[in-house]
Design a protein around this ligand. Structure first.
Ligand code: AMP
Length: 633
């Protein structure tokens, strides 16, 4: 690793430096790729390689970020904001936010839109995105002073399992301080980039187990000759080291109450001190069978003096640790591999330093996890590599990421119908035609959701579309194209366009009809809704059979779009025979889909799936050949 003494010389030649920023729940880090094409961490003003993700507002109107904010947390608990990434892009009513209300020393309140926001002691309202912005600004300042140049571009990482609102809110953090976030990439993918870009590594399948301060992610990737293909991802955006701290904190509070009868849980100063002691205890237990927690004068002349053994701690946190197991199993299943196929398990995030976690990971995967990457730094290093890929500095790396959550719409009866299934390669665009269900209907309403549950009410609503001004006519006549697009940041755009061919004398002729967001009074009447429900009940059995067949067709169509995206991105560099073979598959599969949709030929789903798999294999081989060619250049 290169050291701090010569940074200016090392980096000066790059005009378009792009920072790689790991905006963590507990700690953040910033890295950059040097002239030797190797990423390296930039230290902060205190000479530390990570910066606490903490922002404080002092009584004399100063804003403190990082270590200075952490140091004064105990004396200024109401104005010291930590772990706010757990709140970013969330509604106040979210279960996860409600759970945090009593565990933090600052106030969380809803704004007019119901978003979780923060209130300082003086009554000022600030959003978790703005706190993120202040942390990014501090990291940017540190980097600028280290590199002696102005930098306004960055790649920022987010947990793979962040949904659209959380990603948008993270991007807004950059916007609020004028930092252009070129790309938002997933934390485990970034860690894999840092690992795989080291020339000494072999290609293969790797699992990245990422347990940080506030979030848990698991990703499975295949690294092949500079192509990083994410096979599957899973996780929990509200599970991390903070939960372990809260567990110990509540244990201390309860013991103190039992001993003295004093309940300290409403005393914000005391809670902050206990929380800090809890985190310290957790870390000390890495290397000790028993530790002592000492907090003098916690209440008047009363002190906290408690022992905690490793065995007690293990039992206490077992339920939290167990929450990581199911997402891992799901991810392995989604990647269509077995545990034994995994060549390497990477540990990322501060919590993976805990011996108990390492043991659980080893048991689960049946192999000792690798210590090849530094769990605190790998994510920022990988982000820096992606930044260098975007600036053109690094050439032989291709990243194929996936969307962590399914995207779809609400259909009759509150059922969630996914259009883009989870783990689809991004970027991806999918368009589907809709029409009216009732004669004379003048508007079409589409609720857009993200998640994996069967009922929309259990998923995250990300938009409500109302395409109004449709001329009255028979049901099924208007042609409404709804387009779903997930960009490389994992951010979703949804639009609806009336593509009906109107006659020249129609008032709608030649007039672009765009989507109107939010429900309006012009929605379906109760009678229309009732009619739709009745029709849907009457056709339930036939609809169910059709739905299954359509699902196969939809999946095939999505994979055709993936393949077309790949052709668009890499086609120029592929061999003509490869392209011809892929195009022939595309043609056949699309014809089969058309047959199914029009009812002309209800093909056997197994034949369709086999064709799709063959097409994907040919396409992947062609991409690998492109990467191999590039790396030789
Ligand atoms: P990160 O978000 O990756 O910075 O991870 C921060 C979390 O890791 C915090 O909850 C820390 O308390 C925790 N952590 C850091 N080092 C250790 C350690 N040695 N043992 C246990 N937990 C740790």
């Amino acid at each position: 690793m290169l050291r701090r003494s010569t940074p200016t010389l090392l980096f000066k030649r790059f005009k378009h430096t792009v920072l790689g920023i790991d905006l963590g729940t507990t700690n953040s880090a910033v890295a950059v790729v040097g002239t030797d094409n190797q990423p390296q961490i930039l230290e902060n003003d205190e000479g530390k390689r990570t910066t606490p993700s903490i922002v404080a507002f002092t009584k004399d109107d100063k804003v403190l970020v990082g270590l200075p904010a952490k140091r004064q947390a105990v004396v200024n608990p109401e104005n010291t904001f930590f772990a706010t990434k757990r709140l970013i892009g969330r509604k106040f009513e979210d279960q996860e936010v409600q759970r945090d209300l009593n565990n933090v020393s600052y106030k969380i309140i809803p704004n007019n839109q119901g978003d979780a926001t923060l209130r300082t002691f003086s009554g000022e309202i600030i959003s978790p995105s703005e706190i993120g912005g202040l942390i990014l600004q501090q990291l940017q300042k540190n980097a600028e002073s280290q590199l002696d140049e102005k930098i306004d571009k960055a790649v920022v990482t987010v947990p793979a399992y962040f949904n659209d609102s959380q990603r948008q809110a993270t991007k807004n953090s950059g916007k609020s301080i004028g930092l252009d976030i070129l790309r938002v990439i997933n934390e485990p993918t970034a860690a894999a980039l840092a690992y795989g870009c080291d020339k000494s590594r072999k290609d293969g399948i790797i699992a990245v187990f990422d347990l940080g301060g506030g979030t848990f992610d698991i990703s499975i990737l295949e690294i092949d000759n500079g192509v990083f293909e994410v096979r599957a991802t899973n996780g929990n955006t509200h599970l991390g080291g903070e939960d372990f701290d809260i567990m110990i904190m509540n244990h201390i509070l309860q013991n103190f109450k039992n001993e003295t009868g004093i309940d300290l849980s409403d005393d914000r100063f005391a809670v902050q001190r206990i929380r800090e002691a809890a985190e310290k205890a957790k870390i000390e237990l890495d290397h000790a069978d028993e530790i002592e927690i000492n907090i003098p004068f916690i209440s008047g002349d009363k002190h906290i003096k408690q022992k905690l053994t490793e065995a007690e701690f293990d039992i206490m946190v077992q339920p939290i640790i167990e929450k990581t197991i199911e997402p891992v199993r799901k991810c392995v299943r989604d990647a269509e591999i077995k545990f034994k196929d995994i060549d390497e398990v990477l540990l990322v995030g501060g919590m993976t330093r805990m011996p108990k976690i390492r043991k659980v990971v080893e048991q689960l995967f049946g192999k000792e996890p690798s210590t090849a990457v530094n769990p605190d730094e790998a994510v920022a290093l990988g982000a820096a590599i992606q930044g260098a890929v975007l600036s053109g500095q690094v050439k032989n790396v291709v990243l194929l990421d996936v969307t962590p959550l399914s995207l779809g719409i609400e259909t009759y009866g509150g059922i969630f119908s996914p259009l883009i299934p989870r783990n689809s390669a991004v970027p991806i665009k999918k368009e589907q035609m809709f029409s009216t269900a009732v004669d004379g209907q003048t508007g079409v309403e589409i609720g857009v959701y993200q998640g994996e549950r069967t009922l929309v009410k259990d998923n995250k609503k990300i938009g409500q579309f109302k395409l109004a001004n449709i001329p009255q006519g028979p049901k099924g006549s208007p042609q409404i194209a709804v387009s779903f697009e997930i960009d490389a940041d994992g951010i979703i755009n949804v639009s609806a366009t009336d593509k009906t061919k109107y006659p020249k004398d129609s008032p709608n002729y030649g007039k672009p009809n765009t989507v109107s967001i939010q429900v309006t009074e012009a929605g379906l009447t109760d009678g229309e809704v009732e009619k739709m429900i009745q029709e849907s009940a009457a056709n339930k059995k036939a609809d169910e059979e059709k739905r299954k067949l359509y699902e196969h067709a939809s999946r095939a169509e999505i994979l055709c779009t993936d393949t077309e995206n790949a052709l668009f991105q890499f086609g120029k560099l592929m061999e003509d025979e490869e392209k011809a073979e892929i195009n022939a598959f595309l043609k056949t599969i699309k014809e089969m889909i058309d047959d199914i949709r029009t009812g002309k030929n209800l093909h056997d789903p197994n034949t369709l799936n086999q064709k799709v798999n063959d097409m994907q294999n040919v396409c992947m081989t062609a991409i690998r050949n492109v990467a191999a060619k590039q790396s030789k250049q």
